[in-house]
Design a binder for this molecule. Structure first.
Ligand SMILES: [Zn+2]
Length: 95
């Protein structure tokens, strides 16, 4: 493997992004996967990942706050719920 001419970012044991200085493309390596992207395509990938990260964060916050806001539905409703069948029965009995 050739040494990167310009290492843009690296997370040890995970992956790295670099410009080899040869082909004019950006190389994105994550684990065993290696992508070679034109600078334009690389910026689109960055945009894609950024947008998904922001949406993922929003989704996490929403799912956390909604489960904190109503951990359980209110119980009181079930006690005198749906009295109609009982009233109909009484009306039948009274008649
Ligand atoms: Zn290259």
């Amino acid at each position: 493997m050739n040494h990167p001419d310009c290492l843009l970012a690296e997370i040890s044991g995970f992956g790295r992004v670099y410009d080899c200085g040869d082909c004019g493309n950006i190389h994105v390596t994550v684990g065993p996967v290696s992508l070679t992207l034109t600078p334009d395509a690389y910026m689109q990938l960055v945009d894609l990942v950024n947008t998904s990260a922001a949406n993922f964060e929003t989704w996490l916050q929403e799912s956390q706050s909604s489960s904190a806001r109503n951990p359980q539905p209110e119980e009181g409703f079930h006690m005198n719920h749906d009295p109609e069948p009982d009233q109909m029965n009484r009306r039948w009995i009274d008649e």
